[in-house]
Ligand binder design. Structure first.
Ligand code: HEM
Length: 145
């Protein structure tokens, strides 16, 4: 159920609307599904595309308009993908940027791309931590002088 954008939401002042989000999400995932690198990962995992697209519209509405429509755990969803790697994020972000630039006014595209980059970085860090790959400095206790 759409809710009004928060007046201080990052997308509100650049004119992002639910219609714009719908168009961006649907165009983007149509491209993702045809992409030879990342398409197979999505096609193997997602059975119900209309439900996935509805969820992603709610996600971008929450991120850019602060409507609180998305309730989910993206970190968990991605940490559970066994083969996901930095090259997939690069391709995802390149496709997302190209789609945002081609479908949205430039101020709005910038907000989408900025948020996608930040979320992509935090998802990749989360995945690395989940796999025990991130370097965490060792901590020593009881030796302070
Ligand atoms: C900034 C980059 C990305 C963002 C913002 C993003 C966002 C999301 C969100 C919000 C979901 C729904 C999670 C849920 O509530 O169920 C999702 C699911 C998913 N994402 Fe991403 N994603 C990104 C990158 C990627 C990449 C690089 C891949 C793999 C190539 C990927 C593959 C998937 C798959 C397969 C699902 C469905 C998981 C499932 O339902 O089992 N995502 N993504």
């Amino acid at each position: 159920m759409p809710r009004d954008p928060h007046p201080r939401a990052p997308g509100a002042e650049v004119g992002i609307t639910e219609e714009m989000i719908h168009d961006l999400v649907h165009t983007f995932y149509a491209r993702v599904r045809r992409d030879p690198l990342i398409g197979p990962i999505f096609n193997a995992r997602i059975d119900d595309w209309p439900a996935h697209l509805e969820k992603l519209c709610a996600f971008w509405s929450s991120v850019t308009l602060m409507t609180g429509r998305y309730k989910g755990t993206p970190m968990k969803a991605h940490a559970e993908l066994p083969d996901i790697a930095p090259a997939h994020f690069e391709r995802w972000l390149a496709l997302f940027q190209a789609t945002a630039v081609s479908r949205c006014p430039s101020d709005a595209a910038q907000v989408f791309v900025d948020r996608a980059n930040r979320i992509g970085a935090s998802l990749q860090l989360g995945i690395a931590l989940h796999r025990g790959e991130a370097i965490v400095p060792p901590m020593r206790f009881g030796e302070a002088q």
